[in-house]
Design a protein around this ligand. Structure first.
Ligand SMILES: C[S@@+](CC[C@H](N)C(=O)[O-])C[C@H]1O[C@@H](n2cnc3c(N)ncnc32)[C@H](O)[C@@H]1O
Length: 275
């Protein structure tokens, strides 16, 4: 399923894998465990990998709380263009904006699977009445508001999909914490995972564990809400992640990239200039 990744990324397999320490020496601003990679570095390598300018296909980002920014959309597209995943898995469909971004900026054969709750319990109805100030300061209320918004509006950015894109998209409706990725045949069968579902520690940890199983030893995880002023538990979780694996934070965004196995070597060779 995953052979040939280095060919797709155009990396030199003989190039040694850089350690987090070596990367930190070259790219970090000194904060322990976090290595920065500028959007421009991602864009530079995307340009170098493709003979023609790389299009960025997207709708204007939704203004709803919980959506990604334009810069984040561009960075996610660059990561997908560099890695050329054959299957992408997303935690947190929400309005379908990031799902549509992956569909519109991946290879025509790439499968996209996204999970969200689909429905929420009646006791979340009050989450529609939270003030803007509450939503911007209380992570639990923010998450409940997102769940309710998703259940009320549905994936409206996926309504206009053409037949081809509809055919390569699978939407799952369930709590990600009870998702059995093995039973769905996803373990070892995914190259890129976007973790952007529930932002509490339990869900982040569970989604990340499942992401790793789906990558099966090689691939990339993109987390949203790293360094978020609201969802502090993501940053706390990521701090422990950074000690285990290479985690690249993209300045100016709430994105962090975790790389593992062949994809780690390929991505670093592709995305970083020679030392
Ligand atoms: C920040 S939004 C996702 C935004 C989307 N990725 C985008 O960029 O367009 C988070 C979503 O995660 C969903 N979510 C929260 N907890 C979840 C869980 N336990 N299982 C599945 N989805 C969950 C919420 O319903 C919400 O739609």
């Amino acid at each position: 399923m995953k052979a040939g990744a280095q060919d797709r990324a155009g990396a030199d397999p003989s190039r040694p894998i850089e350690t987090p320490e070596a990367l930190a020496d070259r790219f970090s601003d000194g904060r322990p465990g976090v290595v920065y990679i500028k959007p421009r570095v991602l864009f530079l390598k995307t340009e170098a990998l493709y003979p023609a300018p790389v299009p960025l296909n997207l709708h204007l980002p939704p203004t709803a709380i919980g959506s990604i920014s334009l810069l984040e959309a561009a960075c996610m597209t660059a990561v997908a263009r560099i890695l050329r995943p054959r299957r992408i898995f997303e935690f947190g469909t929400f309005l379908g904006y990031s799902t549509s971004l992956f569909l519109a900026n991946s290879e025509a054969s790439c499968q996209v699977v996204s999970v969200d709750l689909g429905d929420v319990s009646a006791d979340l109805a009050g989450a529609g009445d939270y003030s803007d100030a509450e939503l911007r300061s209380d992570d639990r209320k923010n998450d409940d508001h997102l769940r309710l918004t998703q259940a009320r509006l549905g994936p409206l950015y996926l309504r206009e999909l053409g037949d081809h894109d509809r055919g390569r998209l699978t939407l799952l409706h369930q709590d990600s914490r009870t998702l059995d990725t093995g039973a769905l045949g996803l373990d070892g069968a995914v190259d890129l995972v976007f973790v952007d579902g529930g932002h509490d520690l339990e869900t982040i940890a569970s989604d990340t564990r499942k992401a790793r199983r789906m990558l099966g030893g090689s691939g990339a995880i993109l987390w949203h809400d790293f360094n978020s002023g609201i969802h502090g538990e993501v940053t706390r979780y990521m701090a422990s992640e950074a000690t285990q694996d290479i985690v690249l934070s993209i300045p100016g965004t709430l994105l962090a990239i975790g790389l593992t196995g062949d994809a780690r070597r390929d991505f670093l060779a592709a995305a970083l200039p020679p030392g």
